[in-house]
Design a protein around this ligand. Structure first.
Ligand code: FAD
Length: 303
């Protein structure tokens, strides 16, 4: 068996693998797509000490760093089941079963998409999912936020300090965000909130976003909003489906962890966007991966 098996090859999984391997223990990594969400990222400007980089570059760096150590890297492999027997077993989609004394789950998350024409075409060219990451790219420009939940209204308040104007489009007739956030957003002169708005299309000029179309669900009228950026804030979905009924998840599917990265199963640790850790960012995931690996190592030396 492995001493530590890491499931996931994003920043959290890579960090966990490096921390594990540096302890001289038998380490494996199973990753469906090595690099994770970072592979889809164009500009990265908040990876501290590196002023600017891009996703593919950072992914190449992660892989090189992992492979500098004696780590079994199993790419293009998907975990479908976890079970604790004598060892912790991870079953892969191809039927193989990997055994390990400890496991770090770092399967990340995915942003829920609008699924409207133009969204994929202009992803990274005006269509964005992370205000902490991409907000400053739209300084002084008009933007829209899709979604009136907590993350949407937080994004609107955040962006209002950077951009010229923010239009929030909420599908239903009420905002699901906390009252204090709604009050704050309503008090800002450059934020407009439109309810009953169904976004129907992202409009671009071939290079970048220039607007979006929405339908007023009460009147059925179509409207055009002129924006350079669209922040889609309709949910971040943790990749934890295969763990349902196995360990403790929140009602949103996040793996519940404590400050040491421990989950509800002894010997199983977790890190990054798939967990209850607040603020989903590269640097935070890497810190989480390091914490989970050190937590798992602590567990190993006691068992
Ligand atoms: P992920 O990066 O999601 O990696 C998860 C890994 O697990 C992948 O390798 C995946 O293939 C694998 N996996 C999933 N399920 C399974 C399974 N069942 N079996 C095996 N493997 C599995 N953050 C910043 O700090 N700065 C930015 O500028 C920035 N820009 C972003 C731009 C975009 C478009 C997106 C989508 C995100 C951005 N983020 C940014 C957020 C950042 O990418 C994430 O916080 C970070 O990647 C999370 O790392 P993670 O390792 O937890 O998960």
């Amino acid at each position: 068996p492995y001493d530590m098996l890491v499931v996931g090859g994003g920043p959290a999984g890579a960090a966990a693998a490096i921390y594990a391997a540096r302890k001289g223990i038998r380490t494996g990594v199973v990753a469906e797509r090595f690099g994770g969400q970072v592979s889809d990222t164009m500009a990265i400007e908040n990876f501290i000490s590196v002023k600017a980089t891009d996703g593919p570059k950072l992914v190449a760096g992660l892989e090189q760093h992992v492979l500098d150590y004696d780590v079994d890297l199993m790419k293009l492999q998907k975990a479908v089941r976890l079970e604790k027997k004598e060892f912790i077993e991870i079953e892969l989609e191809n039927g193989a079963i990997l055994k390990s004394k400890s496991v770090v789950l770092a399967t990340g998350a995915r942003w829920r998409e609008m699924n409207v024409p133009g969204e994929q075409e202009y992803r990274g060219k005006g269509v964005a999912y992370c205000p902490h990451c991409d907000g400053p790219l739209f300084k002084g420009k008009k933007t829209a936020v899709i979604g009136g939940g907590n993350s949407g209204i937080e994004a609107a308040i955040d962006l209002a300090g950077l951009v010229e104007h923010v239009t929030v489009l909420e599908f239903s007739d009420t905002l699901r965000a906390d009252d204090v956030l709604v009050k704050k957003a309503n008090s800002l002169p450059n934020v407009t909130i439109i309810k009953n708005a169904m976004t129907t299309e992202v409009i671009g000029d071939g290079q970048k976003v220039i607007g979006l179309k929405y339908t007023d669900r009460l009147t059925d009228e179509s409207h055009l909003v002129d924006v350079a950026g669209i922040f889609v804030q309709i949910g971040l979905v943790p990749n934890s489906e295969f763990l349902k009924d196995t360990l403790e998840l929140t009602n949103r599917g996040e793996i519940v962890i404590n400050a040491h990265g421990e989950t509800s199963i002894p010997g199983v640790f977790a890190a990054g966007d798939v967990t209850t850790t607040p603020y989903k960012q590269i640097i935070i995931s890497m810190g989480g991966g390091a914490t989970a690996a050190l937590g798992a190592f602590d567990y190993l030396i006691r068992h």
